[in-house]
Design a protein around this ligand. Sequence first.
Ligand code: PLP
Length: 392
Amino acid sequence: MRLFFSLDKIYVMKKIYLDNAATTPILDEVIDAMMLVMKTNFGNPSSTHSLGQEAKMILEENRRLIAQELHVSPAEIIFTSCGTEANNLIIKSAVENLGVKRIITTEIEHKCVYETTLDVQQKSDLEVVYLHVNEKGDIDLQELETALKSSDKVTLVSLMHANNEIGNLLDLEKTAKICKENKAYFHSDTVQTMAHLKLDFSQIPIDFASCSAHKFHGPKGAGFAFIRKTTHLKAQIHGGTQERSLRAGTENVVGIAGLGKAFDISVEKMSEFSVYIQEIKDYAIEQLTTNIPGVLFNGRSAEKEKSLYTLLSISLPSMNPLIGLQLDMKGIAVSQGSACSSGAAKPSSVLSKILSEEVQQITTPLRISFSHQTTKQDIDELVMALKDILKL
Ligand code: PLP
């Protein structure tokens, strides 16, 4: 069976890439680390011979590195194929194995949390409580506390750290403490913030978190779940005893080597990258405000302390569903929602929850997301292209 296209014929047009919340380019150092493992070690980490044990060492070394950074035990890091799998494992097993009878969450979680919760609800007697989300995309932690106190059902709270469409940040520490005080399990989808924000889980009483390597210049197909040792989740993928029997299947050693390398670089350069990227974001806000009269910033997107520095969500002052395509034709890659929903004709599930009908009908949303490779010139070209398309 042949591929429909030849890989050596794929050529990539020079693009201005402003869709880093969807995925990020893999760093050369990460590719080198993966190539080295690919070329020198094909062993199965479960094999007892030395080739297998070398592969096992690669896994354990990367696990140790990640655990050290998060201030947790290596046994609490379970490698998965992606963030989606990590979130599925946590939510499904919490209901199946921890006796969770109620999930408190929001309607603006990533689809892999939202849909998983719905799926579990259909198959069990689970109660799902959706916290109110205001027009800025905020939840009220007082409402969470009241909901927690209103029932003695075993409860899992699942609230994302940074929203992947509007960038709103949750106060992870405060939320975790409220959950702890009220004896609820706390899960946060940290896919957008892992390796972008400092996370010390020895100071935050969180039970579960998730990570995906491709959001910080690592490969696709590698991620992990942080599972607090005291919680006793069980596998959702059954088979061998890999990953402490929490995730069967031969580990993606090459991908995990890439995940570890990308994590290491991102964490080491976090202060440098975050200052630089915030500067780019500030510049984008200033240029958009000056050049596009009537532009709106969605959620807390334009507020420094309240949103993730890698992401800016805007609404352009006229309705143009083709804008993503028009920008793409000009060599600029942005997103019209999240990557998961932008391929669909449906409006973004997050923006449709926080923007009024009227605003949705007369504006066009765009998600612009940055990395340390983004330049001010990229922003200038985006603004120029937008002015041209909007005829300003
Ligand atoms: N959670 C959030 C907040 C995300 O942004 C994403 C990816 O877009 C995911 C989960 C899913 O991660 P993955 O692509 O690794 O399945």
